[in-house]
Structure formats: structure tokens, C-alpha cells
Write a protein that binds this ligand. Structure first.
Ligand SMILES: [Zn+2]
Length: 278
């Protein structure tokens, strides 16, 4: 496999994101496809493309922005004075792929009492530049999700099945794999309070793998939204009739590097260091 991981650094040297090149890029795309098929299983999931910008109002309404342990990036037009732009913009770069699906389908006639499933991939952005030691905790990364919308019981049953299919599949590839309650798949150490809340409510499960001799990273998660997000994106208060939603998500580059490292007989951190162009 000939190819590189080319880091994009900010002016302080922190790694914001990577360009993946050549055979390495091809393998990452293949792995995304393979694992998308695993989480989708027999579900008739509709492919859904995501946009770059997301209006922040539904996320504010759902309480997501208040509990978020990292700061999303806001988009402001060129030439807007920085201070005015930050205060006036309601457009943020997406922090998760499923929000785009929920924004499009919540409150629409297409939300039926049964269950509808979608699969979507998006480049997501969070204010978490990584250092060379904290590899792949990035400001910009690709996320792939299965999103389920509909009756609570069906949504939960199928989301858990999809998550466990992924866990079992990864168990055939990765060693030192475990399930965890609610640390957070992409956020850093500042998320401790949120993790405890999530743990008590059991709204999130993760697949965690060894990244180095000393570090573990979450590579995938199962998130129960209840009907909080569907109500917020519909611009309504939740009622017993509001559909529920859940998602099964994985960080594409992070999980692909873990898989490729395992194939090479290396820990992911070592594999990535070897693939890095500079
Ligand atoms: Zn999601």
C-alpha cells in the first residue's frame, strides 16, 4: 500500500486534519464502505448526503449546544468583522452527520409510525486540534452514520443490533477491543461531566480499542436521542407522538487506521507515524 497521511497544521503546529493519499486513501474509502454495509445489515437504509453548514437553532433548542464540551466552528462571510460575525452567525460547520438527516426528515410527513433508516457520511468539525501525541483527535474528520427514526422500540432494537454487528465484526479484526458506557467518541478530557450524565442515563455506548501501549480511543458509538432531537428539528415540543431517533456512528479515519494497523501487526499510533508524510 503506497500512500501517505499528510497532516494539515495550524500556525501553532497542531494537526487540524489529514489528507490521505494514494493506496492509503483508497483503503480508507474501502473500509468505510465495508463497515457501512456491516452496520446497515438487512435494513433498507436510504443514502443521504450531508451539507457543510448546519443552522444552530435546533441544536440550541435541544440543549445540545449548552452541554457540548467543545466549541463548534461558526461560519461567517468573508469581510465580516470577527467580533460581529461570531455574534451574528447562526451557521455552524456540522459536528455530526446525523443532524443533517434529522433536520431534513423531522416533522415531515415521511416520518411514519414504523421506522425509517438512513446512512450518511459527512466531514465533521470540532474545535479539537490534535498534537502529534494525541493523534486523530482532529478538528476535521469524516464520520459515517446509520440513523434510525420512528417508533421507540424499533429504533432502539435495530440501533443496538447494528452496533453489536459492528462490534462483532471488529472483533474479528482488532485485538484489545471493548464496549464502554458513555465516554464520548470524539470529545476530549473536558467532557468528563457530560460522560457521567450520559453514563447514568445510558444514552451512549462506545467501542474502544487500544491506540498505543498507554492510550485507548473510542472508534464507534451508539447514541440514543429519545425524541429530543426530532422535536427540536421539527421546531416543536416533544409529545408522545414525536418519533424517536438513534444513530450508530464511527469516525472513518480513526477506525480505518486501527484496522489497517491491525492488518500490519502494529498499534495504530505506530502505523500512523509510519504513514505520516511530515
Ligand atoms: Zn449521530
Amino acid at each position: 500500500m503506497i500512500g501517505n497521511a499528510v497532516p494539515v497544521r495550524d500556525h501553532d503546529g497542531a494537526i487540524l486534519e489529514y489528507h490521505w493519499t494514494g493506496g492509503l486513501a483508497t483503503r480508507i474509502l474501502d473500509i468505510e464502505r465495508e463497515l457501512t454495509a456491516v452496520i446497515t445489515g438487512d435494513l433498507d437504509a436510504q443514502e443521504f448526503t450531508c451539507a457543510t453548514l448546519l443552522h444552530d437553532e435546533p441544536l440550541r433548542r435541544s440543549g445540545y449546544l449548552d452541554s457540548l464540551p467543545c466549541v463548534p466552528f461558526y461560519a461567517v462571510p468573508h469581510g465580516t468583522p470577527a467580533r460581529a460575525g461570531n455574534e451574528q452567525s447562526h451557521w455552524m460547520l456540522s459536528t455530526a452527520a446525523c443532524f443533517h438527516v434529522l433536520a431534513a426528515v423531522s416533522g415531515a410527513a415521511s416520518v411514519t409510525p414504523g421506522m425509517t433508516t438512513y446512512t450518511c457520511g459527512a466531514v465533521c468539525h470540532r474545535s479539537e486540534a490534535g498534537t502529534d501525541d494525541a493523534v486523530l483527535r482532529l478538528s476535521s474528520f469524516r464520520m459515517r452514520e446509520l440513523v434510525l427514526v420512528g417508533r421507540e422500540a424499533e429504533v432502539l432494537e435495530h440501533a443496538e443490533s447494528a452496533f453489536m454487528r459492528l462490534y462483532r465484526h471488529l472483533g474479528t479484526v482488532l485485538t484489545r477491543l471493548r464496549l464502554d458506557d458513555a465516554t464520548d467518541v470524539f470529545y476530549g478530557a473536558r467532557a468528563e461531566a457530560l460522560r457521567r450524565i450520559q453514563s447514568v442515563k445510558q444514552v451512549k455506548k462506545e467501542i474502544v480499542t487500544s491506540w498505543s501501549d498507554t492510550d485507548d480511543y473510542a472508534v464507534a458509538s451508539w447514541n440514543k436521542h429519545g425524541n429530543r432531537l426530532t422535536a427540536a428539528f421539527a421546531g416543536e415540543d416533544a409529545t408522545p407522538d414525536t418519533p424517536h431517533s438513534a444513530c450508530v456512528a464511527f469516525g472513518v479515519e480513526r477506525l480505518a487506521v486501527a484496522v489497517l494497523a491491525a492488518e500490519a501487526g502494529l498499534l495504530p499510533q505506530k502505523f500512523l507515524a509510519g504513514a505520516r508524510a511530515s
